[in-house]
Design a protein around this ligand. Sequence first.
Ligand code: ADP
Length: 161
Amino acid sequence: MHALYPGSFDPVTRGHLDLIGRAAGMFGKLTVAIGRNSRKGGVFSEDERIALLEAACARWENVTIGSFTGLIVDHALKIGADVLVRGLRNCSDFEFEATMAVTNRALKGVETVFLTADPRYAYTSSTLVKEIVTHGGDASAYVPEDVHRALRAKLLKEDPT
Ligand code: ADP
């Protein structure tokens, strides 16, 4: 089975990576795709997000990184993905995700598989990580080292080398 895991990944966190690793073990092929039409303003460009994801996912042979515009279900059909994968951290994720899943199935018959967040990352989000780094905190527990460096370079205008 080919699964498609869509998201903003601005930037990828250890929570996303935990989900990717688990999904990569469940499906023959996993495509991780960055949505280009997100209403959330991004800190990283699409190319930067892709580069960070590619580095973090290099260890999984069946994981491919991509991007999409428009409806995720259209992209799923275009690339031949059988199901969508999404993560659930809490009740507010569930409310949003259930609406999306029902709508995506109604639109094009595409099912969504949910994985519950690992307790270590149940409170991890890209937004939280950006907030911590913006205010000079250490967010390295929540993102890979190179992502942390890239965040500090962007948000604190530090030299990344
Ligand atoms: P979006 O803007 O589409 O919510 P995100 O990149 O924030 O994109 O999240 C993509 C998916 O990953 C969502 O299903 C979200 O619930 C899930 N997710 C985000 N952070 C975590 C985490 N720490 N653990 C498990 N799932 C997560």
